[in-house]
Design a protein around this ligand. Structure first.
Ligand code: ATP
Ligand code: MG
Length: 524
């Protein structure tokens, strides 16, 4: 007993430097202390930051169960701990059967008769206590206190270190978790282009694993789209040379492993060591979707204005003509008036058609309009459209044949939308056919209805077949029409969970526009 204090302190120092795992430290500590102080039970308590609670770590005991559990926070009030903290002095309980602390009764039941609680101080503050318990009554004395007081500061230091370390580890884990789960690419990179950190999101966004970036200096920049590389490099250099404090929302493209273009937006800051900039850190967010939408919006505005320009110019021209004829006195000439009227009517019609179609496609694309589903007889709708459009067809020398089978099943669909679909398709068939035949036929497939609007007209080449369902696509850009009709058709069919496509053997060979609609009873 009370042998080499120096050896113990040395060993405790070893503990401090050999392991920062709280369990390891406590275990070694307990083994070391057992060499010099007798006890049947050893525990360390640590006080919570607000000083009201304490946590109990039972380090060793030679009996099975204890009421004072680990990982539970106990109130300070009434405990030996409170006394130790209050007076910053060791406390001895000679006999737990007569003890004044709440824990005495608990430990008495577990066979512990005497106790010694010793404050653990770190930087002048009590952080907890070391508590010895033994089955013998009146065991601990001033000798123990004296001996232990020489070891206690080292112990307190070891405990505080492990406590700090586990706090750091916790904080580091949180930081890691954020980086690992972030949908953005979080990175750190030296001014030599070497990556110190590259979050796993990079693989999802670029197709290349983070590993590849760690192994290859400058890898990030090499993925940059060639048109953006110089711009990005210059901006980063400005940061590295301290000529810019922060890089905000710089948008650029990278080439995905599979070859697609991915748009990123980067935000970065310089990493400083003292006054020297040693690298940059920041994150890249994927903005491909936003870019695509922007592009779509820009195209839409360009196409819509382009589409509206032609009829407006023609209306302007007609008005000019009319003004000129007023000056020359020819306004009253019937042919001139009719000519102006014809141009105006035609182009106002064209404008109205474009506006109606643009509104319709935006409504459909917004997906905000619910379908008004009912039992729809395609026979009945086709009959209505054919009767409404035969006049226009006959005017161009076309025959319209309603070849729908008479016993065609009804489907659950939005009647108004199906009506529009047929109007657009039959209107096209009439528009692109002269002196020919337009035939509407249909058949029942195992789980769908298939309807064909065939014509003997102009037909379509391969390239046009691929593009006719695109918004604003027209084979002849100057032709009457907005180029949106088929985009509307595609949307209508798709929201009914069907398919639409075109078949044509080529120019002058007629076309067949075919769509299917599912036969299931409900369409949501
Ligand atoms: N039956 C058809 N035969 C040949 N070409 C067609 C036929 N239907 C469509 N096309 C081609 O596809 C293009 C796009 O058709 P779409 O219905 O979308 O537009 P549009 O008829 O020109 O204008 P609108 O928006 O007024 O319908 C047409 O301009 C035409 O070039
Ligand atoms: Mg059309």
């Amino acid at each position: 007993m009370f042998t080499s204090k120096k050896v113990i302190i040395l060993n405790i120092n070893k503990i401090i430097f050999s392991s920062l795992d709280i369990r390891d430290v406590y275990q070694t500590m307990s083994n070391e202390l057992l060499k010099v102080i007798d006890f049947d039970r050893l525990s360390v308590t640590l006080i919570s930051e607000d000083n009201n609670l304490y946590e109990n770590f039972v380090l060793s005991k030679d009996y099975e169960d204890t009421a004072l559990k680990e990982g539970v926070l106990y109130p300070m009030e009434g405990s030996l701990m409170k006394r130790v903290v209050q007076f910053r002095e060791p406390v001895i309980v000679g006999d737990t059967s007569e003890g004044r602390f709440l824990t005495d009764a608990v430990l008495f039941k577990e066979g512990i008769r005497s106790r010694l609680g010793f404050p653990l101080e770190y930087k002048g503050k009590v952080i907890g206590s070391v508590n010895f318990g033994i089955k013998q009554k009146d065991y601990y004395s001033k000798k123990h206190i004296h001996f232990f007081s020489q070891i206690a500061p080292q112990l307190a230091l070891a405990i505080e270190n492990t406590r700090l370390f586990s706090k750091i580890k916790e904080a580091e884990k949180k930081y890691r978790d954020i980086i690992e789960s972030s949908p953005d690419i979080i990175f750190e990179c030296t001014n030599e282009g070497e990556f110190l950190l590259m979050s796993p999101a990079v693989e999802k966004i670029t197709g290349y694993p983070a590993d590849q970036f760690y192994r290859n200096r400058g890898y990030g920049l090499s993925l940059c789209h060639s048109d953006d590389q110089e711009r990005v490099q210059n901006e980063i250099l400005l940061l590295l040379h301290g000529l810019r404090g922060i890089l905000l929302d710089l948008e650029f493209r990278v080439i995905h492993k599979e070859g697609m273009i991915v748009w990123l937006s980067i935000e970065a800051l310089p990493i400083k060591e003292g006054n020297t900039i040693v690298g940059i850190e920041g994150f890249c967010r994927e903005i491909t979707e936003r870019k695509k939408l922007e592009e779509l919006k820009n195209h839409l505005i360009r196409d819509v204005t382009h589409e509206l320009k032609t009829p407006v110019a023609k209306i302007e021209m007609a008005v000019d003509m009319f003004e000129r004829s007023l000056k020359t006195g020819s306004a009253g000439v019937p042919e001139r008036g009719a000519q102006v009227q014809e141009i105006l009517r035609n182009n106002i019609g064209r404008l109205k058609n474009s506006m109606k179609n643009i509104l319709e496609i935006s409504r459909l694309e917004s997906g905000m309009e619910p379908l008004k589903v009912s039992n729809v007889s395609l026979n009945e709708v086709v009959k209505q459209v054919v009767s409404e459009m035969t006049g226009a067809a006959t005017g161009k020398g076309n025959v319209v044949v309603n070849g729908m089978p008479s016993d065609f099943p009804t489907i659950r669909a939005d009647r108004e939308k199906i009506y529009q679909l047929l109007v657009h398709l039959i209107d096209n068939a009439i528009k692109f056919t002269e002196q020919g035949k337009i035939c509407i036929s249909a058949m029942v497939l195992p789980d769908a209805l298939e309807v064909t609007i065939g014509d003997t007209g102009r037909g379509l080449e391969e390239e046009s077949k691929k593009r006719v369902f695109e918004k604003f696509y027209k084979e002849t850009p100057s032709a009457y029409g907005s180029g949106i009709g088929l985009a509307i058709c595609k949307n209508i069919v798709q929201i009914h969970k069907g398919r639409i496509w075109v078949e044509s053997k080529g120019k002058g060979m007629g076309s067949q526009f075919i769509f299917t609609l599912p036969l299931q009873r409900t369409v949501s």
